[in-house]
Design a protein around this ligand. Structure first.
Ligand code: MEV
Length: 435
């Protein structure tokens, strides 16, 4: 029976048993699959179990570091959590390349976050405006218990306005608020403020005959579109110092700029190009316990801000200098959330020497730029498969069940050959047959 009532009420062992009975009835001791990945430290395991609901085991991802990121004159070793072969190698390679050319230069352009109370108003707009003008200070005052601590640290609500959205949708208005949440990602803070604004709106509207019965509040929620929480990372070097495999100097610079022009002109390429940037960004976001879905959604919306989906990065030649830059929104936190609860997140932040949110924005943007530099460099020179398949070789060995000794021999054999799954399988069979 695949349907079950009250699953969440079962104990963890009962949940595992239900999975085993339902999906692995033929397997002896199937529960061992799940138990194998339990942490023997029961306190730690309990903490992980409590992050989400219905936990049955842990899901492992590799945690790696990419060293030599020289950012504004300071060197960082960057933690990355990702499953894709070659991402960490690519980031490290680019970091090393730019380390010898002045490193990365970054600027935080803005740190504003936004949220809305979305509602419909069916009456005369002037009445709503008058109501809002009267009630806005009360909304802010009623939110004080939520904002007091954040204000003490220098953050808080930075604006609260009424926005007419009726051109986009009939009768649709917003209370639009902006926030400074300092080192916190701030989702709970923002949503609590917004729900408080909505509550005050309701209370006051019920007392006001001009508004009562003419409005419907639909929802209160932060926006993951944060075009005013922006960071920029750039690298530059004399054109003569650019070297991308066999491409040197101006030949390398021109081809790189062409690749970027294509990413700005075509949505198919732009999407893959930006995916490469997100390979780097998401890995650091995950390692540092931030919300990669929020970052992805915000980055892609930003890439489409002109109405056409474009590259998040740009490259150009100015005089004798090659420039490559990335600008994107990153709403990040280095306090709260998982930062103190997940031991590896804590470790990741320690490896980064405990950055504040602004520093983390800059580090993350550099890894995105590095990743993009490596991917585009491979694409315009040797092609992506050579390097990628070399890194993927180990996965193929493991899929085929090669022993350590066989892996070593095969790695040497494929050193100067094109790697494909079937060719590795063939070579492994050949090796085994010789034994
Ligand atoms: C693969 O994960 C990422 C790339 O496709 C990015 C790109 O094409 O720029 C290599």
């Amino acid at each position: 029976m695949k349907q079950i009532n009250g699953f969440s009420k079962l104990t963890k062992a009962e949940k595992i048993q239900w999975l085993c009975d339902t999906y692995f009835p033929e397997v002896e001791n199937a529960a061992a699959f799940f138990e194998k990945y339990h942490n023997p430290n029961t306190e730690l395991q309990k903490r992980h179990d409590e992050f989400i609901e219905n936990t049955v085991t842990n899901y492992y991802l590799p945690f790696a570091v990419a060293p030599n990121f020289l950012i504004n004159g300071r060197t960082y070793t960057v933690p990355m959590a990702i499953e894709e072969s070659s991402v960490v190698a690519a980031a490290s390679r680019a970091a090393k390349f730019w380390q010898g050319r002045g490193g990365f230069h970054t600027t935080v352009l803005s740190t504003e976050k936004t949220g809305h109370v979305h509602f419909f108003f069916y009456g005369e707009k002037a009445r709503l405006e008058a109501f809002f003008a009267r009630v806005q200070p009360l909304m802010l005052a009623n939110a004080k218990p939520i904002t007091a601590n954040m204000e003490k640290r220098g953050g808080g609500i930075t604006s609260l306005t009424l926005v007419d959205k009726t051109e986009a949708l009939a009768d649709y208005y917003q209370l639009s608020a902006t926030f400074e949440t300092l080192d916190a990602m701030g989702a709970n803070f923002i949503n609590s403020c917004l729900e408080s604004f909505a509550e005050t709106f309701r209370e006051e509207a019920e007392k006001d005959a001009a508004i009562r019965g003419q409005y419907e509040i639909v929802m209160s929620i932060l926006s993951n579109y944060v075009p005013n929480c922006l960071v920029r990372a750039e690298v530059h070097c004399p054109v003569d110092e650019l070297e991308i495999a066999h491409l040197k100097g101006m030949a390398a610079a021109k081809k790189f700029v062409q690749a970027l022009a294509i990413a700005n002109a075509d949505v198919y390429r732009a999407t893959t190009h930006n995916k490469g940037i997100m390979n780097g960004i998401d890995s650091v976001i995950l390692a540092t316990g931030n919300d990669f879905r929020a970052i992805e959604a915000g980055a892609h919306a930003y890439a489409a801000r002109s109405g056409n989906y474009k590259s998040l990065s740009n490259a150009w030649i100015e005089g004798d200098t090659f420039h490559f830059a990335l600008e994107l929104p990153l709403a990040l936190g280095t306090v709260g959330g998982l930062t103190t609860l997940h031991p590896l997140v804590k470790t990741a932040l320690e490896i980064l020497e405990k950055p504040n949110a602004r520093e983390l924005m800059q580090i993350v943007a550099c890894v995105g730029l590095a990743q993009n530099f490596s991917a585009v460099s491979s694409l315009i020179s040797l092609g992506i498969q050579k390097g990628h398949m070399k890194m993927h070789l180990n996965n193929i060995f493991n899929q085929l069940g090669a022993t350590d000794d066989e892996k070593q021999q095969l790695a040497a054999y494929f050193k100067d050959k094109t790697v494909s799954h079937s060719e590795v399988a063939e070579a492994l069979n050949h090796l085994k047959s010789q034994k």
